[in-house]
Write a protein that binds this ligand. Structure first.
Ligand code: 1HN
Length: 364
């Protein structure tokens, strides 16, 4: 298969012609490609990267001053583009992450798409996202869902702008040629300002499923997971640890997963979301897993060791963990470190391709 020095000039010419003919006929021989096609372990083009809130927030504001939001563009969303992905607006090979900005009294028009979406609110309030006609208030710490093919638009009822994080499975849907999109009504009813959505009033009571609704659903029917619940769950885990009871994932590390009450599984078919709280000074075990994830610092500060790199992370900073890159998180000594996390893990679990390794050995 390889050309040796013993090959005659005629053989070499014949081989060169064979490769040219392969090319002409749109054929590729495996023997020249095996290493690329079948690495011994995942080798992502995506790179570890950290985006600073101190950079993102002012740029979102500048976009708000200069760029209108309306039909056509649909959203004033600024995507985090992984530096290893050739300029595509993808934070990882499967996921989109963006900072979205809605100015005073602005409206983002209604549409729907097959891509699944969520929002996580790092600061502010005063925007309602309307999901299939149900207005859902967005406030700091809330985690909100827009499952695929639900109509949705946003409106800001206040005189203040609001900025939040959007996560979607856009690259996955794009790469698999399964995307559908449709515009909705041109006008949203921007009058309602309910404290809780109809979805929460029906579904967001712990362990209580309305009898009128039954059977598993592919996405969670809970439109908003409120910060007060997330915060209390994490506080309780750490208090129980203090009292000698189980509950934390590792010493000093409380964590919850946002789940679909109709299945107990992930909130969306393609996306997992979690919230982690580290006590001051805690170092997590180094972990690597199949699939990519993105973290946003909600409060506190610390250091992360990610692949071969180390980053200092503070309020609002976002970082991406490419597939199979080991991650260690180290909380600063003076405060708890709160981290929102999302990942594409449900895709790999569903396809039985998921693997995860943890080691307590910290290399630096
Ligand atoms: C979208 O609909 C939203 O609804 C955010 O806020 C980001 C990126 C691409 C396509 C649609 C939203 C989006 C998006």
């Amino acid at each position: 298969m390889t050309t040796t020095s013993a090959a005659t000039a005629a053989e070499q010419a014949a081989l060169a012609k064979l490769y040219r003919d392969f090319d002409t006929e749109h054929l590729v021989p495996l023997w020249t490609q095996l290493g690329d096609l079948m690495p011994a372990q995942p080798t992502s083009n995506a790179r570890p990267h950290c985006w600073r809130w101190s950079t993102l927030a002012p740029m979102a504001r500048r976009a708000g001053d200069l760029v209108p939001v309306g039909r056509g563009g649909e959203r004033r969303a600024i995507a985090l583009a992984n530096p290893g992905l050739a300029g595509a607006p993808y934070v990882s090979p499967t996921m989109w992450a963006a900072i979205q900005y809605l100015g005073p009294h602005e409206t983002a028009p209604e549409h729907r798409h097959s891509q699944n979406a969520f929002r996580f609110v790092i600061e502010g309030e005063g925007v309602w996202t309307v999901v299939d006609g149900d207005p859902v208030a967005m406030r700091r710490g809330d985690f909100l869902l827009t499952p695929g093919w639900c109509f949705h638009g946003h409106y800001n009822t206040t005189g203040k702008p609001m900025t939040w994080l959007d996560g979607l499975d856009i690259p996955f849907v794009r790469q698999t040629d399964s995307a559908f999109f449709e515009f909705g009504a041109d006008q949203l009813d921007t009058a309602p300002t309910p404290h809780l959505s109809r979805s929460e009033r029906l579904w967001a009571h712990p362990g209580l499923t309305p009898l009128a609704q039954h059977g598993p659903r592919p996405s969670s029917p809970i439109a908003a997971y409120r910060w007060e619940h997330t915060d209390r769950a994490l506080t309780d885990q750490l208090e129980l640890e203090d009292q000698g009871f189980p509950g934390v994932v590792e010493p000093g590390h409380a964590a919850i997963r946002f789940t679909n009450p109709t299945t107990g599984g992930d909130v969306l078919p393609t996306l997992r979301a979690e919230f982690h709280r580290l006590r001051p000074g805690v170092t997590t075990a180094a972990t690597r897993e199949v699939g990519s994830s993105v973290y946003q610092v909600f409060s506190g500060a610390g250091r992360i060791m990610l692949g071969d790199e180390e980053f200092r992370v503070e309020y609002g900073d976002l970082f991406v963990v490419p597939s199979w890159q080991p991650l260690t998180v180290i909380a600063d000594d003076n405060a708890e470190l709160d981290l929102f996390r999302f990942s594409d893990t449900p895709i790999f679990e569903a396809l039985h391709q998921y693997r995860r390794e943890t080691s307590s050995v910290v290399t630096r």
